[in-house]
Design a protein around this ligand. Structure first.
Ligand code: PEP
Ligand code: MG
Length: 317
């Protein structure tokens, strides 16, 4: 099976009815770009930059170290786009293990991701400058995690402007970036008008979107059986986000685990998704699903699935 899949590496991901689909890689460190290329990814849809920050015992990477790391990822992808997500620490990804003791009752609802970045603006601007400088070496998209409020969006965008001004003052070289937001809090999926006003593209983080929509801790084994990507409420938020972006001609991808699970490829295609970002190991299997799919025929079927009482069962039939 692996050998057969390997032959699909250079085959473009196009459905039977000619719809082009973008299959991107999720990476954690710059060197993962090699695996992404090897798997036939056409870019990086999610570079989880927090892995550069974790386990450093308080010594966070400075601008130069970050710039070199982002640049390595960008150059490693040989001209293909790289979406760098700003740090998403906290909750299931603590900055370092010792800080786990700074007990917060609900870390997933606490100071994580963009909330942490906005609480540490010097650190955040350092990261933004490093990303903007790396963008001089290739196609870079900047992605912001966990946004929910219009105020956070405006604060984030003004810090990006500030970071550019700092680089200008220094005479540093930097590149243009598209700026996107993760849709991973239900409040964001229910405020698409605001998000689409401010951002060039959206990326749906189903891992957290499921967690927050269903109030199921994604890391808690005891409720794992209730963690359901097929819950009608989750599917509705995913569906509306894809549809709204498509209607407005804005880029939209899914970068949570759902994107790399072949059980959902046809459903997501039927809902109009044309960009999937996943662990490199999943790319060829998802590509095989894409090559066998007729997107036009999947469209009415997908609507039926999401409207049924038990979409998981409808999907299985
Ligand atoms: C997600 O929440 O779906 C996502 C891609 O981000 P992470 O898994 O890094 O929280
Ligand atoms: Mg997330």
């Amino acid at each position: 099976e692996r050998g057969r899949l390997n032959r699909l590496r250079h085959t473009p991901a196009v459905t039977l009815d000619g719809q082009k689909v973008e299959l991107l890689a999720n990476i954690e460190l710059p060197d993962d770009a090699a695996a992404a290329l090897k798997a036939g990814a056409v870019g990086v849809g999610l570079f989880r930059s927090e892995f550069l920050f974790m386990g450093r015992k308080g010594q966070l990477p400075d601008e130069e170290e970050q710039y070199q790391a982002y640049r390595r990822a960008v150059e490693g992808m040989e001209g293909m786009p790289v979406t760098i997500r700003t740090v998403d620490v906290g909750a299931d990804k603590p900055l370092d293990e010792s800080r786990r003791d700074e007990a917060h009752l609900n870390p997933a609802l606490g100071l994580r991701a963009i909330r942490w970045s906005l609480a540490e603006p010097d650190m955040f601007r350092t990261q933004l400058r490093a990303i903007l400088r790396a963008a001089a070496h290739g196609r870079v998209n900047l992605l912001v995690p966990m946004l929910a409020h219009a105020g956070e969006i405006r604060q984030t965008l003004s810090l990006i402007d500030f970071a550019r001004a700092e680089l200008d003052n220094r005479g540093a070289v930097y590149g243009a970036v598209s700026i996107g937001a993760m849709i991973e809090v239900p409040a964001a999926a229910l405020s698409l008008r605001t998000f689409l006003k401010y951002f060039d593209f959206l990326s749906i983080g189903t891992n957290d979107l499921i967690q927050y929509t269903l109030a199921i801790d994604r890391a808690d084994e005891s409720v794992a059986h209730l963690y359901d990507p097929c819950h009608p409420a989750v599917l509705r938020l995913v569906t509306e986000t894809i549809a709204e972006c498509n209607a407005q001609g804005k880029g939209v991808s899914v970068c949570g685990e759902m994107a790399g699970d072949v059980a959902f490829t046809r459903l997501l295609l039927g809902l109009g998704l044309r960009s999937f970002s996943m662990h490199p190991a999943q790319i060829l299997a998802v590509k095989q699903e894409v090559l066998r799919a007729d997107a036009g025929r999947l469209q009415p079927w997908a609507q039926e699935v999401i409207q049924s009482e038990d979409p998981a069962q409808a999907l299985a039939l």
